[in-house]
Design a protein around this ligand. Sequence first.
Ligand code: GUN
Ligand code: FE
Length: 448
Amino acid sequence: MTDVLIRGRVLTFVREPEGIDDTRAYRYYEDGAVLVANGKVANVGTYADLAKQAGSGISIADHRPNLVLPGLIDAHLHFPQTQAIASYGAQLLEWLNTYIFVEEQKFKEREHAAFIAGRFMDELLSNGTTTAVAYCSVHPESVDAFFTAAEARDMLMVGGKVMMDRNAPETLRDTPKKGYDETKQMIGKWHGRGRAHYAISPRFAITSTPEQMEMSRALVAEHPDCYVQTHLSENKDEIAFATSLYPEAKDYTDIYARYGLLGRKTLLGHCIHMSDREISVLAETGAVGVFCPTSNLFLGSGLFDRDRFDKLGARHSVATDVGAGTSFSMLETMDEAYKVLHLQGQRLSPLHSFYMMTLGNARALDLEHRIGSLHAGADADIVILDSRAKPAMELRMQVASSLAEELFVLQTMGDDRCVAEVYVAGRPMKQGRREQAKSPVGRAAELA
Ligand code: GUN
Ligand code: FE
């Protein structure tokens, strides 16, 4: 692969920032560069030093005056819901039944799954997201489509087939045995192939019988290097329903604990209405709560209490949760995160936001040696951000006087228009990669 020297204002975090003035939490090179060789970061530093190191034959990608950051990471979203964003009016359980369990039925069609998977990956990349943790549908075909599309772009992606064997339409249900067998088969086929990581994905306690939860326990025990993803404590009606289905459990969190599903590789979407006891269980097990601000507002679910997670020592991450989430943009997601925390008297500094989208989410996945920061040996997943991409941003930036202020403008006013370029394993991906064809299912509907 061709080596390249990426020039611009390089920003990468080395630890969690402690406040808006914590300049030691990151490295910033005003005239900086990232030397990329064989899809990896070979070195990061000043342009002058790296140009010398690289020699005169190197090709230079000059992104000045834009920012050069590690690719953004989205810790929770649903690829089969790409066309179900902006489904009107309902809270979680009604929204699932009215829209989502209809939409996901389309993914038994390989052609449709492949079409959406391609558009999904391109949408992530347009937004500067180079790694995401995604739910596929119940159909193994959707998992094949998902990882095939990721592999075609060389993206580091985490995903898995949802398992659900009750409280969903019959065509979307597996059985404990089928869910187990198909998950095993998909792990065997995809986990560890190229940059693919598998996530064992019982959708949530409501859609799995105790027998399926037992099968999930077996899968987790047999595949400790796979991730686990599910939903927890998102909506009050959901909590009442889930706990009624598992009367022996102390609370919602205890349902997953009883089936051995909580550990460092477990990602729990939402975690909004949690007792201190529940958050402490996450802290003890190392399981990660996932803050999904646009989704939690869109479905009227509630406000994630980050400070209580921090106080009780529980890990957390941040995500779009498309299609309940309303945007693929992690910038727009952090804008909403800021407001959700503000409503609770909590502050989110822009340094912290950019840490969370990069190194913070990489740490939540225990992948910080590979992604989330720019250091020698890391994968060369890189985003180029233009803080002046919109006229109103350009005007606002005329009076910005610090890096932190610029980052705050980016998160508050920015979106995919600010993503000037994105590199995946060293390759530029932004230009001209959109497939414009219509979904085969959409076309069928038009013809009918
Ligand atoms: N809980 C169970 N499934 C889902 C889903 O698809 N989206 C959200 N937001 N919550 C869920
Ligand atoms: Fe979700």
